[in-house]
Design a protein around this ligand. Structure first.
Ligand SMILES: [Zn+2]
Ligand SMILES: [Zn+2]
Length: 234
């Protein structure tokens, strides 16, 4: 944490002297400051610096492969020991994931949450369908609406909005399932730390959903600078 804080200060390019006076820079910090690869010390290309990379392409590839291999190895061990395949904690009864990961990866046990959640909105139904309907002025028009979503018509013609809506809805549904799972007897019987983790994962889904909704609000607000709005003619 200390090193991360100091690097942040270095990155801001302000407190370098105070920091340097205090404790000598590590090799890592010095390389970062000099715009060199933090692993091998080679000068970084301008492109990589602009992208905020701290390693050269070769080292970056090496580290990525090594990380992937060690993650694979870890997962194989967890699987063999019948632990959560994503994080290595104890699995929920009858599942391959722990309670927290069940929420995070959308595999909440449906039979435990059926009392709480209306499954009328299902993933399989997340499609748009074109229908011909009578508009309020009596004219028959083509409309697009979510399959199985009652009588609400399409609010926006933008493809991006549609995609964001689908994503937002999925996140809300996942968070909803997660919260219901949190309230199930199975999770309530767990130690507090594990209960909290389930709740946190559920709330994280809502936060992601909120971000998708903010995208839509941003895109459609009058001052929006996003691609789908009309460019200024001034
Ligand atoms: Zn390197
Ligand atoms: Zn897990």
């Amino acid at each position: 944490v200390d090193q991360a804080n100091r690097l942040y200060e270095i990155a801001r390019d302000t407190l370098v002297h105070e920091v340097a006076d205090d404790i000598p820079l590590s090799k890592y910090e010095q390389r970062k400051l000099d715009g060199e690869c933090t692993r091998c010390g080679v000068e970084l290309t301008e492109e990589r610096k602009d992208d905020g990379e701290s390693m050269c392409a070769k080292c970056h590839g090496y580290v990525r492969t090594a990380k992937r291999r060690s993650a694979q190895k870890k997962r194989a061990v967890w699987k063999r020991k019948r632990l959560c395949g994503q994080c290595g904690k104890k699995r929920r009864p009858g599942g391959k994931l722990c309670p927290g990961c069940s929420v995070r990866y959308g595999s909440v046990p449906r039979h435990l949450v059926d009392h709480y959640v209306d499954h009328g909105i299902d993933r399989a139904d997340e499609k748009w369908r074109t229908t011909i309907e009578q508009s309020p002025d009596g004219v028959m028009r083509e409309r697009r609406r979510f399959v199985g979503q009652g009588k609400r018509g399409r609010q926006s013609g933008e493809q991006l909005d549609e995609q964001d809506l689908i994503d937002a809805r999925r996140c809300i549904q996942d968070g909803w399932l997660g919260l219901a799972y949190f309230r199930s007897a199975e999770v309530q019987a767990l130690p507090r730390i594990q209960r909290d983790e389930v709740k946190r994962e559920a709330l994280a889904k809502f936060e992601r959903g909120q971000r998708w909704l903010e995208e839509i609000i941003d895109r459609n607000s009058p001052k929006s600078k996003k691609p789908s709005s009309q460019p200024d003619d001034e």
